[in-house]
Design a protein around this ligand. Structure first.
Ligand code: NAD
Ligand code: MG
Length: 383
C-alpha cells in the first residue's frame, strides 16, 4: 500500500476523470499535490472537460474512449486507452472511476501488472468478482474500495481476523422513493429518480440508488472484497447517510464508521490505506448539530431490484453479470425515455430468467453472459 511518508508523489492513473468520482479525486489531488500526481487521465466523450483537466494537470497520458481529441494533442483514442492508462509505467495506483462493466478490463490489467486499484467501479466486482480477486492474488495487485460503504467496512475491520467477523451491515440512504407508496414508485419520472436526497453522483448510480440496484451491487461487491458469505451481509436503510456501514464481531460488539456524506474521504482513504493523513477537506462531523440518526428496514416489496440482485449474487456463476448488464441497459433505456421506472426490475427479471444459469466460471463466459443480457433487454425495448 502507499505509504503516507513516501517522498515522491504517488503516480495515479485516473480512469473516468470527468465524472463525479473523477472530479472529486482531482479535488483530493489538488489538496495534496506533494502526495498524489495524476499521470494518466481518461474519459468517454466530454472532450472539453477533459481538455481543461489536461491543461491543469499535464498528465503524461491522456485517453478518450469516444469523441475527437483536439488536433495535435497526442491523446490516445478508443476503448484500449483504459488498459493502456491502467498499466502506465508511472502509475502505482489506478483509480478506476469508470461507470459500468466497461471498467472491467482495466481493473484486470492493473491487477495483472501488480498495481493497487482504488476501485469505485463496483461493476468490476459484480461482473467478475471471483476472476478479479484471483487475478489480484496471482498478479500481486490489491483492490482497495472507494465506495463509501466498503471504505467504512475496511476501516471497521482494520486489524481484525476474518474469523472474528459475524456480520456486515451495509447502510442505504433509501433513495428518493424511500417514503413513496409502493404503487406510485413504478410511475416515477426521470427527474424524480435523479433527485437523490443525500448524494450528488453520476446519472447511472443515481438511478441505481432509486431502484436500490446500487445496494445489490454493493452486497455483491462486499462479498468479494471481504470474503463474507451472503447470509452474513445485511442492508439497513439510514436516510441521513452519516453511518457508512457497520461490522458486527463474534462477541456482539458492533463497530461503525461515520462522517458527513462526501466521497473525498473514501477516495483519500483508498489512496493512503492503511494509513491516514490529515485534511480530507470534508466538513467535520458534529454529533449534536447532525441530530438523530434513523434506521429502518428495507421495503423489499417496493424495491424488487434489490432482491433480484442479491439473489443473483447468491446464485453466482453468470447470474451477477446478467443482473448487472440487464440493469445497465434498463437504466440507459429509462434515462432515454424508452422504459418506465417500474419496467426496470421487470426487464432485469426477464433477463435473469432466460440467462442466469449460463456458465460463468471464466472471463470469456462472463463477458458472453454480459453481452447476451444486453441483447435480451435491447431486443425487447420496442415491444
Ligand atoms: P459518472 O457518470 O459521473 O462518470 C463516469 C466516468 O466514466 C466519466 O469520466 C465518463 O467519461 C467515463 N465513462 C463513462 N462510460 C465509459 C466507458 N464506456 N468507457 C470508459 N469510460 C467511461 O459516474 P460516477 O458517479 O463518477 O461513478 C463512477 C463509478 O463509481 C460507478 O461505478 C459508480 O457506481 C461508482 N461510485 C460512484 C459514487 C459517486 O458518489 N458518484 C459513489 C460510489 C461509487
Ligand atoms: Mg456506495
Amino acid at each position: 500500500m502507499v505509504s503516507p511518508h513516501t517522498r515522491d508523489p504517488v503516480g495515479v492513473s485516473l480512469l473516468g476523470s470527468t465524472g463525479s468520482i473523477g472530479t472529486s479525486a482531482l479535488r483530493v489531488f489538488a489538496r495534496h499535490p506533494q502526495r498524489f500526481v495524476p499521470v494518466a487521465l481518461t474519459a468517454n466523450g466530454r472532450v472539453d472537460a477533459l481538455a481543461e483537466q489536461v491543461a491543469t494537470w499535464k498528465p503524461s497520458y491522456v485517453g478518450v474512449v469516444s469523441g475527437e481529441p483536439p488536433a495535435g494533442s497526442g491523446w490516445h483514442r478508443g476503448p484500449d486507452c483504459l488498459v493502456e492508462a491502467a498499466t502506465h509505467p508511472d502509475a502505482q495506483v489506478v483509480l478506476n472511476a469508470v461507470v459500468g462493466a466497461a471498467g472491467l478490463h482495466a481493473t484486470l490489467a492493473a491487477l495483472r501488472a501488480g498495481r493497487t486499484v482504488a476501485l469505485a467501479n463496483k461493476e468490476t466486482l459484480v461482473v467478475a468478482g471471483e476472476v478479479v480477486m484471483a487475478t489480484a492474488r496471482t498478479g500481486g495487485g490489491t483492490v482497495v474500495p472507494v465506495d463509501s460503504e466498503h471504505s467504512a467496512i475496511l476501516q471497521c475491520l482494520a486489524g481484525r481476523r476474518p474469523e472474528e467477523v459475524r456480520r456486515l451491515i451495509i447502510t442505504a440512504s433509501g433513495g428518493p422513493f424511500r417514503t413513496w407508496p409502493t404503487a406510485r414508485i413504478s410511475d416515477a419520472t426521470v427527474a424524480d429518480a435523479l433527485n437523490h436526497p443525500t448524494w450528488r453522483m453520476g446519472s447511472k448510480i443515481t438511478i441505481d440508488s432509486a431502484t436500490l440496484a446500487n445496494k445489490a451491487l454493493e452486497v455483491i461487491e462486499a462479498h468479494h472484497l471481504f470474503g463474507v458469505p451472503y447470509d452474513r451481509i445485511e442492508v439497513v436503510v439510514h436516510p441521513q447517510s452519516i453511518v457508512h456501514s457497520f461490522v458486527e464481531f463474534i462477541d456482539g460488539s458492533v463497530v461503525a464508521q461515520l462522517g458527513v456524506p462526501s466521497m473525498e474521504l473514501p477516495i483519500l482513504y483508498a489512496l493512503t490505506h492503511p494509513e491516514r493523513i490529515a485534511d480530507s477537506g470534508v466538513p467535520r462531523y458534529d454529533p449534536v448539530a447532525a441530530g438523530s440518526l434513523q434506521f429502518e428496514p428495507v421495503r423489499h416489496d417496493a424495491f424488487p431490484t434489490l432482491t433480484l440482485g442479491i439473489e443473483a449474487g447468491r446464485a453466482g456463476g453468470a447470474a451477477p453479470a446478467v443482473f448487472n448488464a440487464a440493469n445497465e441497459e434498463a437504466v440507459a433505456a429509462f434515462l432515454q425515455g424508452a422504459l418506465t421506472f417500474g419496467q426496470i426490475p421487470v426487464r432485469i427479471a426477464s433477463a435473469l430468467e432466460a440467462l442466469a444459469d449460463r456458465p460463468g466460471r471464466t472471463l470469456e463466459e462472463l463477458l458472453e453472459a454480459d453481452a447476451e443480457a444486453r441483447r435480451h433487454v435491447q431486443s425487447r425495448l420496442s415491444c
